[in-house]
Design a binder for this molecule. Structure first.
Ligand code: URP
Ligand code: ZN
Ligand code: ZN
Length: 478
């Protein structure tokens, strides 16, 4: 057999399980050899001395080109969002395909695929968002799509146009049990938020800051408890996304102690921002409006605890970008009348890995292996992509980030190459930065610049989550 297409030499390869100094041989887009010294017989040799060679980041919670209400436009489409992902050391992202009310899931998917096709700089795979669980969606469409490899979907307990009732959640969970899909849940209590929002508006407390006042921790804790109870009743595993505080995390721990399969995710905003950031002059606070809102320093510490002790399974960005200085974004005219109308969501697709590396690995809170697990391997395992993705192993796709652990910089928006006009993490001091991203053995980013002339990311169909294990049929009656 002739040489390799690409050889990465002299680097330190870190997987979720172990770290080793070794060379990586790549042929046909896959890892074909790992050894102390693989020689130099290759079309291209990269010297990775002093660098970490990591499985490319997998961001399993991003929003791209998602319909966001009248007059509001998301700042990233597939081209800009996946470009920014590559800049940040990611090789695969999982955006959400939103079913709008009255729309079939298949129709939503066809439109979403058309947006992605030919425009992605890293690989993509879609979760579904089920917002209209009609009889035909539950009986035919959803099971057929799960069969086709769309093996995870998100449901919402809040947002006017998206929230499902408890009965509807139970019904979609039952479909998940019968088909082997993984349910992801946005756990915030819609009625409580509505009650508090209306009261705040009556009192004239409408500034961005009150977005956080309208969604206190109790709103998230209660919904997390209820979601876990519904998962227990239907006997399904559950992924609780974007957990922001220790009280919600305690509900997850309690569920696990009771033997339930509860998975959980947190995001950079819950480790680094607080509700005080929403207090900016004039409308500046709108830059930080997301749900659940950033909390306080105590909640940050509780989230770090969950990162350190294994309570969190994945660290995602919840990249949901809206331009700030834009009437189609955070400064929508209605948003000036009340926080209720400010588009929810903040960007973070490129900043996610550097923030966790710098604050987590460099500051000694987590090991390099745990970093890889939280940012890549666990995403692949939970969402049915492993071992093709999320690990550097013989036969896996050569999705790799070369990481300079000593690079120091100040985070500024111009480094991130997204479609937004700000980063909520502006000015953060960062140690550790991705210097090269390879998707299936092709270099797509080198030293902060995109390489190549055309986007080479593709759509990746998924198997069942390792944590679900496939279809189970109806839960036994007690
Ligand atoms: O505010 C947020 N998180 N927006 C994105 C949509 C969601 O709930 O994930
Ligand atoms: Zn959500
Ligand atoms: Zn989200």
């Amino acid at each position: 057999m002739s040489g390799f297409d690409l050889l990465i030499k002299n680097g330190t390869v870190a997987n979720a399980s172990d770290v080793a100094r070794c060379d990586v041989g790549i042929r046909g887009g896959r890892v074909v050899a790992l050894a102390e010294d693989l020689g130099t017989d290759a079309s291209e040799v990269i010297d990775a001395a002093g660098l970490y060679v990591l499985p490319g980041g997998i961001d399993s919670h991003v929003h791209l080109s998602q319909p966001s209400g009248p007059g509001i436009v998301m700042a990233d489409d597939f081209a800009s969002g996946t470009r920014s992902a590559a800049i940040g050391g990611n090789t695969l992202v999982l955006p959400f395909c939103l079913q709008q009310k009255g729309q079939s899931l298949r129709e939503a998917l066809n439109a979403y695929h058309a947006l992605a096709e030919g425009n992605c700089h890293v690989d993509v795979s879609f979760h579904l968002i089920v917002s209209d669980p009609t009889e035909s969606v539950l009986g035919q469409e959803l099971p057929a799509l799960i069969d086709d490899g769309y093996t995870s979907f998100k449901v919402f307990m809040t947002y006017e146009d998206l929230r499902l009732t408890d009965l509807e959640i139970l019904k979609v969970m039952e479909v998940a049990r019968q088909t082997g899909a993984l349910v992801m849940i946005h756990a915030e209590n819609y009625d409580a938020i509505r009650f508090l929002t209306e009261r705040l508006e009556r009192e004239g407390r409408t500034a961005p800051r009150h977005h956080a006042t309208s969604r206190p921790i109790a709103v998230e804790r209660e919904a997390t408890h209820r979601a876990i109870s519904l998962a227990q009743i239907t006997d399904v595993p559950l992924m609780v996304v974007h957990v922001s505080n220790g009280e919600a995390l305690d509900e997850i721990r309690r569920g696990r102690r009771a033997g339930l399969k509860i998975l959980s995710e947190t995001c950079p905003q819950y480790l680094t921002l607080t509700a005080d950031d929403l207090d900016g002059l004039n409308m500046e606070g709108a830059k930080y409006v997301c749900s659940p809102p950033p909390r306080d320093v105590a909640s940050q510490k509780e989230c770090w605890q969950g990162i350190e002790d294994g309570a969190f399974d994945v660290f995602s960005s919840d990249h949901c970008p809206f331009r700030y200085d834009d009437a189609a974004g955070k400064l929508t005219p209605r948003g000036r009348t009340s926080f209720r109308w400010i588009p929810n969501g903040i960007p973070g697709i490129a900043a996610r890995l550097p923030i966790l590396f710098s604050e987590g690995v460099v500051k000694g809170r987590i090991s390099l292996q745990r970093f890889v697990a939280l940012t890549s391997t666990n995403h692949a395992r939970i969402y049915g992509l492993h071992p093709r993705k999320g690990t550097i192993a013989i036969g896996s796709d050569a999705d790799i980030a070369l990481w300079d652990p000593a690079r120091r910089l100040t985070l500024t928006h111009d480094l991130l190459h997204d479609g937004c006009d700000y980063t909520p993490y502006e000015g953060m001091q960062i140690t550790g930065w991705p210097v090269m991203t390879l998707v299936r053995g092709q270099i797509v980013m080198r030293e902060g610049e995109m390489v190549g002339t055309r986007p080479l990311g593709g759509y990746v169909s998924r198997g069942f989550s390792e944590y679900v294990g496939g279809p189970k049929g109806p839960a036994p009656l007690g």
